[in-house]
Design a binder for this molecule. Sequence first.
Ligand SMILES: O=C(O)[C@H](O)[C@@H](O)[C@H](O)[C@H](O)COP(=O)(O)O
Length: 266
Amino acid sequence: MALSGGPKDGAELRIHDSVDELATDLADYIAELSEVSVKERGFFAIAISGGSLISLMGKICEAPYNKTVDWAKWYIFWVDERVVAKNHADSNYKLAKDGLLSKVPVVPGHVYSINDSMSAEEAANEYEFVLRQLVKTRTVGVSESSDCPKFDLILLGMGPDGHIASLFPNHTALDEKDEWVTFITDSPKPPPERITFTLPVINSASNVAVVVTGGNKADAVHLAIDDVGPDHPLLPARMVCPTNGKLVWFLDRPAASKLEASEFAE
Ligand SMILES: O=C(O)[C@H](O)[C@@H](O)[C@H](O)[C@H](O)COP(=O)(O)O
Protein backbone atom coordinates (compact mmCIF):
# COMPACT_ATOMS: atom_id res chain seq x y z
CA MET A 1 0.00 0.00 0.00
CA ALA A 2 1.28 3.44 -0.83
CA LEU A 3 1.26 6.06 1.86
CA SER A 4 0.79 9.56 0.53
CA GLY A 5 1.10 12.94 2.16
CA GLY A 6 2.95 16.22 2.04
CA PRO A 7 4.86 17.63 4.99
CA LYS A 8 7.25 19.93 3.12
CA ASP A 9 6.14 22.95 1.08
CA GLY A 10 3.23 21.10 -0.46
CA ALA A 11 5.40 18.26 -1.74
CA GLU A 12 3.67 14.92 -1.98
CA LEU A 13 5.33 11.82 -0.54
CA ARG A 14 4.46 8.45 -2.01
CA ILE A 15 6.01 5.75 0.15
CA HIS A 16 5.80 2.20 -1.17
CA ASP A 17 6.15 -1.18 0.48
CA SER A 18 8.12 -2.58 -2.42
CA VAL A 19 10.18 -1.36 -5.35
CA ASP A 20 7.77 -3.18 -7.67
CA GLU A 21 4.80 -1.24 -6.27
CA LEU A 22 6.78 2.00 -6.59
CA ALA A 23 7.60 1.20 -10.22
CA THR A 24 3.92 0.63 -11.03
CA ASP A 25 2.90 3.89 -9.36
CA LEU A 26 5.69 5.74 -11.20
CA ALA A 27 4.53 4.37 -14.57
CA ASP A 28 0.92 5.39 -13.78
CA TYR A 29 2.10 8.88 -12.80
CA ILE A 30 4.17 9.37 -15.98
CA ALA A 31 1.38 8.03 -18.23
CA GLU A 32 -1.18 10.33 -16.60
CA LEU A 33 1.02 13.42 -16.97
CA SER A 34 1.73 12.51 -20.59
CA GLU A 35 -1.99 12.29 -21.31
CA VAL A 36 -2.74 15.64 -19.64
CA SER A 37 0.13 17.45 -21.42
CA VAL A 38 -0.74 16.06 -24.84
CA LYS A 39 -4.37 17.07 -24.31
CA GLU A 40 -3.47 20.57 -23.10
CA ARG A 41 -0.37 21.43 -25.16
CA GLY A 42 -0.10 18.82 -27.88
CA PHE A 43 3.36 17.74 -26.64
CA PHE A 44 4.92 16.00 -23.65
CA ALA A 45 8.34 17.44 -22.83
CA ILE A 46 10.02 15.10 -20.35
CA ALA A 47 13.57 15.33 -18.98
CA ILE A 48 15.19 12.28 -17.40
CA SER A 49 18.29 11.63 -15.30
CA GLY A 50 20.61 8.63 -15.12
CA GLY A 51 21.17 6.05 -12.42
CA SER A 52 18.61 3.64 -10.99
CA LEU A 53 15.74 5.88 -12.17
CA ILE A 54 15.89 4.29 -15.63
CA SER A 55 15.16 0.76 -14.44
CA LEU A 56 12.56 2.08 -11.96
CA MET A 57 10.78 3.72 -14.94
CA GLY A 58 10.89 0.48 -16.91
CA LYS A 59 7.18 -0.38 -16.58
CA ILE A 60 6.24 2.60 -18.76
CA CYS A 61 7.52 0.51 -21.70
CA GLU A 62 5.32 -2.47 -20.80
CA ALA A 63 1.61 -3.24 -21.19
CA PRO A 64 -0.71 -1.42 -20.94
CA TYR A 65 1.35 1.79 -21.23
CA ASN A 66 3.27 0.74 -24.34
CA LYS A 67 -0.05 0.79 -26.22
CA THR A 68 -1.89 3.61 -24.44
CA VAL A 69 0.80 6.31 -24.22
CA ASP A 70 0.94 8.73 -27.18
CA TRP A 71 4.67 8.16 -27.83
CA ALA A 72 4.72 10.31 -30.98
CA LYS A 73 4.07 13.37 -28.81
CA TRP A 74 6.99 12.72 -26.45
CA TYR A 75 10.01 15.06 -26.58
CA ILE A 76 12.81 13.59 -24.49
CA PHE A 77 15.64 15.50 -22.81
CA TRP A 78 18.37 14.80 -20.28
CA VAL A 79 18.48 16.65 -16.97
CA ASP A 80 22.13 15.72 -16.85
CA GLU A 81 24.62 13.83 -18.94
CA ARG A 82 28.16 12.61 -18.56
CA VAL A 83 30.56 13.96 -21.20
CA VAL A 84 31.39 10.60 -22.80
CA ALA A 85 30.61 9.02 -26.15
CA LYS A 86 26.98 8.00 -26.63
CA ASN A 87 27.96 4.32 -26.79
CA HIS A 88 30.05 4.50 -23.58
CA ALA A 89 28.90 2.47 -20.58
CA ASP A 90 28.72 5.71 -18.52
CA SER A 91 26.42 7.52 -20.98
CA ASN A 92 22.99 8.40 -19.58
CA TYR A 93 21.71 8.44 -23.18
CA LYS A 94 22.87 4.85 -23.68
CA LEU A 95 21.32 3.79 -20.39
CA ALA A 96 17.95 5.25 -21.39
CA LYS A 97 18.15 4.04 -24.97
CA ASP A 98 18.91 0.47 -23.97
CA GLY A 99 16.51 0.42 -21.02
CA LEU A 100 13.57 2.44 -22.36
CA LEU A 101 13.71 4.25 -25.66
CA SER A 102 14.51 1.25 -27.85
CA LYS A 103 11.39 -0.49 -26.53
CA VAL A 104 8.75 2.09 -27.46
CA PRO A 105 7.88 3.99 -30.66
CA VAL A 106 9.34 7.39 -29.73
CA VAL A 107 10.24 9.57 -32.73
CA PRO A 108 14.06 9.56 -33.11
CA GLY A 109 14.00 13.28 -33.99
CA HIS A 110 12.30 14.04 -30.67
CA VAL A 111 15.15 12.53 -28.63
CA TYR A 112 17.47 15.37 -27.58
CA SER A 113 20.71 13.72 -26.58
CA ILE A 114 23.77 15.80 -25.82
CA ASN A 115 26.45 16.38 -28.47
CA ASP A 116 29.23 13.98 -27.47
CA SER A 117 31.89 15.39 -29.79
CA MET A 118 32.47 18.61 -27.81
CA SER A 119 33.96 19.81 -24.55
CA ALA A 120 31.65 19.93 -21.52
CA GLU A 121 31.35 23.72 -21.84
CA GLU A 122 30.52 23.62 -25.57
CA ALA A 123 28.04 20.77 -25.09
CA ALA A 124 26.24 22.70 -22.31
CA ASN A 125 26.05 25.83 -24.49
CA GLU A 126 24.75 23.88 -27.46
CA TYR A 127 22.14 22.06 -25.39
CA GLU A 128 20.88 25.37 -24.03
CA PHE A 129 20.77 26.82 -27.56
CA VAL A 130 18.66 23.88 -28.77
CA LEU A 131 16.32 24.27 -25.79
CA ARG A 132 15.89 27.97 -26.54
CA GLN A 133 14.71 27.13 -30.08
CA LEU A 134 12.20 24.60 -28.73
CA VAL A 135 10.87 27.09 -26.20
CA LYS A 136 10.34 29.62 -29.04
CA THR A 137 8.09 27.12 -30.84
CA ARG A 138 6.48 26.13 -27.49
CA THR A 139 7.38 22.48 -28.02
CA VAL A 140 8.77 23.00 -24.53
CA GLY A 141 6.59 25.35 -22.49
CA VAL A 142 7.82 28.60 -20.98
CA SER A 143 7.64 29.58 -17.34
CA GLU A 144 5.23 32.39 -16.36
CA SER A 145 7.59 33.70 -13.69
CA SER A 146 11.05 33.44 -15.28
CA ASP A 147 12.53 33.13 -18.76
CA CYS A 148 13.10 29.41 -18.12
CA PRO A 149 11.71 26.45 -20.01
CA LYS A 150 8.77 24.77 -18.34
CA PHE A 151 9.13 21.02 -18.77
CA ASP A 152 5.96 19.01 -18.35
CA LEU A 153 7.92 16.56 -16.21
CA ILE A 154 11.45 16.41 -14.81
CA LEU A 155 12.45 13.07 -13.30
CA LEU A 156 15.33 13.05 -10.81
CA GLY A 157 17.19 10.42 -8.84
CA MET A 158 19.14 11.32 -5.71
CA GLY A 159 22.56 10.15 -4.53
CA PRO A 160 23.36 9.22 -0.90
CA ASP A 161 25.06 12.65 -0.60
CA GLY A 162 21.81 14.38 -1.59
CA HIS A 163 22.87 15.36 -5.13
CA ILE A 164 20.29 15.58 -7.87
CA ALA A 165 21.05 15.88 -11.60
CA SER A 166 24.80 16.75 -11.63
CA LEU A 167 24.32 19.33 -8.89
CA PHE A 168 26.48 18.19 -5.97
CA PRO A 169 26.61 19.48 -2.37
CA ASN A 170 28.54 22.76 -1.95
CA HIS A 171 29.31 23.00 -5.67
CA THR A 172 29.25 26.43 -7.32
CA ALA A 173 26.93 25.04 -10.03
CA LEU A 174 24.16 25.24 -7.41
CA ASP A 175 24.43 29.04 -7.52
CA GLU A 176 23.97 29.33 -11.29
CA LYS A 177 21.02 31.64 -11.88
CA ASP A 178 21.38 32.78 -15.50
CA GLU A 179 22.29 29.71 -17.52
CA TRP A 180 19.73 26.99 -18.23
CA VAL A 181 22.41 24.35 -18.74
CA THR A 182 25.81 24.42 -17.10
CA PHE A 183 28.84 22.13 -16.94
CA ILE A 184 31.18 20.75 -14.30
CA THR A 185 34.59 19.12 -14.67
CA ASP A 186 35.05 17.95 -11.08
CA SER A 187 32.10 15.70 -10.32
CA PRO A 188 32.68 13.77 -7.08
CA LYS A 189 30.75 10.90 -8.69
CA PRO A 190 32.62 9.64 -11.77
CA PRO A 191 32.91 10.46 -14.57
CA PRO A 192 34.12 14.00 -13.66
CA GLU A 193 32.86 15.93 -16.72
CA ARG A 194 29.13 16.47 -16.92
CA ILE A 195 26.51 18.90 -18.12
CA THR A 196 23.41 19.61 -16.08
CA PHE A 197 20.21 21.62 -15.93
CA THR A 198 20.48 24.37 -13.34
CA LEU A 199 18.16 24.77 -10.34
CA PRO A 200 16.10 27.57 -11.98
CA VAL A 201 15.22 25.20 -14.85
CA ILE A 202 14.39 22.30 -12.52
CA ASN A 203 12.26 24.56 -10.35
CA SER A 204 10.37 25.98 -13.34
CA ALA A 205 8.95 22.60 -14.37
CA SER A 206 5.23 21.83 -14.12
CA ASN A 207 6.02 18.58 -12.37
CA VAL A 208 9.17 17.28 -10.69
CA ALA A 209 9.51 13.77 -9.28
CA VAL A 210 12.41 12.59 -7.14
CA VAL A 211 12.65 8.80 -7.16
CA VAL A 212 14.71 7.24 -4.38
CA THR A 213 15.08 3.68 -3.13
CA GLY A 214 17.35 1.98 -0.61
CA GLY A 215 18.37 2.43 3.01
CA ASN A 216 21.73 3.99 2.05
CA LYS A 217 19.77 7.11 1.06
CA ALA A 218 17.62 7.34 4.21
CA ASP A 219 19.80 10.03 5.84
CA ALA A 220 19.72 12.19 2.71
CA VAL A 221 15.94 11.73 2.39
CA HIS A 222 15.55 12.88 6.01
CA LEU A 223 17.78 15.95 5.45
CA ALA A 224 16.03 16.79 2.17
CA ILE A 225 12.45 16.55 3.45
CA ASP A 226 12.20 16.90 7.23
CA ASP A 227 12.25 20.20 9.04
CA VAL A 228 15.88 19.82 10.17
CA GLY A 229 16.82 23.44 10.83
CA PRO A 230 19.78 25.53 9.70
CA ASP A 231 22.51 23.54 11.52
CA HIS A 232 22.30 20.77 8.96
CA PRO A 233 23.86 20.85 5.50
CA LEU A 234 21.56 22.20 2.79
CA LEU A 235 21.40 19.31 0.33
CA PRO A 236 20.82 19.96 -3.38
CA ALA A 237 17.71 17.74 -3.17
CA ARG A 238 16.26 20.13 -0.58
CA MET A 239 16.64 22.98 -3.07
CA VAL A 240 14.16 21.28 -5.41
CA CYS A 241 11.08 23.38 -4.88
CA PRO A 242 9.08 24.09 -8.05
CA THR A 243 7.85 27.71 -8.14
CA ASN A 244 4.53 27.01 -9.84
CA GLY A 245 4.76 23.25 -10.23
CA LYS A 246 4.17 20.13 -8.22
CA LEU A 247 6.84 18.05 -6.47
CA VAL A 248 6.36 14.35 -5.75
CA TRP A 249 8.82 12.10 -3.90
CA PHE A 250 8.61 8.40 -4.76
CA LEU A 251 10.24 6.42 -1.93
CA ASP A 252 10.45 2.82 -0.84
CA ARG A 253 10.27 1.97 2.89
CA PRO A 254 14.06 1.73 3.44
CA ALA A 255 14.63 5.16 1.84
CA ALA A 256 11.81 6.63 3.97
CA SER A 257 12.94 4.90 7.19
CA LYS A 258 14.50 8.02 8.78
CA LEU A 259 11.70 10.45 7.99
CA GLU A 260 10.55 12.18 11.15
CA ALA A 261 7.13 13.39 10.11
CA SER A 262 5.03 11.28 12.48
CA GLU A 263 2.63 10.06 9.84
CA PHE A 264 5.55 8.51 7.94
CA ALA A 265 7.42 6.93 10.86
CA GLU A 266 7.63 3.14 10.84
O1 LIG B 1 24.08 10.87 -14.17
C1 LIG B 1 23.89 10.74 -12.98
O2 LIG B 1 24.77 10.39 -12.19
C2 LIG B 1 22.50 11.00 -12.50
O3 LIG B 1 21.66 11.68 -13.29
C3 LIG B 1 22.40 11.27 -11.02
O4 LIG B 1 21.84 12.48 -10.62
C4 LIG B 1 21.61 10.12 -10.46
O5 LIG B 1 20.25 10.29 -10.75
C5 LIG B 1 21.83 10.00 -8.97
O6 LIG B 1 23.22 9.85 -8.74
C6 LIG B 1 21.14 8.80 -8.38
O7 LIG B 1 21.65 7.64 -8.96
P1 LIG B 1 21.22 6.23 -8.40
O8 LIG B 1 19.73 6.21 -8.40
O9 LIG B 1 21.82 5.22 -9.32
O10 LIG B 1 21.79 6.16 -7.01
